[in-house]
Design a protein around this ligand. Sequence first.
Ligand SMILES: Cc1ncc(COP(=O)(O)O)c(C=O)c1O
Length: 365
Amino acid sequence: MKFATELIHGGNPIDPEHGSLSHPIYLSSTFAQHSMDHFGRFDYSRSGNPTREALEEAVAGLEKGATGLAFASGMAAIASTLLIFAPGDHLVVCEDVYGGTFRLLSTLFKGWGLQATFVDATDTAAIAAAIRPETKALYLETPSNPLIKIIDLAAAAALAKEKGILTIVDNTFMTPYLQRPLELGCDIVLHSGTKFLNGHSDVLCGFAVARDPEVGKRLRFIQNAFGAVLGPQDCWLVLRGLKTLKVRMEEHQAGARRIVTWLKEQREVAKVYYPGLPEHPGYEIHNAQASGPGAVLSFELASYELTKSLGGVESILSYPAKMSHAAMPPAEREARGIKDTLVRLSVGLEDPEDLIADMERVLAR
Ligand SMILES: Cc1ncc(COP(=O)(O)O)c(C=O)c1O
């Protein structure tokens, strides 16, 4: 089945009872059992729910994994996945990882005993140098957030395999439409489904997809034990959102390309970070592992004054230093190159010309 067909039919088997094309929402915490000895498919919704199962199968299918799991948020998916490790274990993490993941690793999990070393993962040799005997996994994001750095996933996964450790990839920015890390040898894919997978800014959700059924089993145990599951109503909204993933991503991407072209012509813009630009240092690697540059870009303004005045232009424009990466101490941000003049733009589905007109007005001020 091709991707677009899988989006429509993958997680959406036609309801055998009444033929409803839209998957039913099973709003039930508990399921009655016919006998004490033979339980049905479901008993309690934390352990399993038919609407959640349809969504989990849909996302697992799109990412080409064995097991998909839906969580109450992207952070719930990330935190639950990190529970496969034990105190004393060590992770090698890409240095400009999402701010919430940095906070989780540098506070709660650090206190619990899980150690993390942050490296410039665009350099596979730097990853290799950070691996210790107690290292259990690589944790990567590509394109990274907010500096849009590109990590060679196949090279990282090959290194991890050689060392007998896992490779975990947060694929939020790309979605399985543009990039499928499990096909490149990685082991677990994570998502903030709150973003493109759902796509309509009305649900907070997260996903973990495991390539190997045994890893999937461990994650499913944690999902049930820890309990940060996604409710059936939200699962249904994501099932609906997913159907248009391909057309949305194509349109988002077309808008991003148009805006990047415009930004590059502005003298107030010092630098544009976008993997679709041939001068991007990760351009070739990105093209080899993804089928498009996506819809998230960052740019640096020539001055801090301009950055401050851009705050109110559009809700999809974000300011990493005060928003997504506020949890990262200023010195850590500075060391990673996340400057106070850096702005991140996630291009929506408005007409890009309207967005450009908005930014033009602000820059003219
Ligand atoms: C790359 C990435 N991963 C994870 C998260 C966390 O997801 P959520 O906000 O759904 O908890 C975010 C949120 O912005 C993100 O951008």
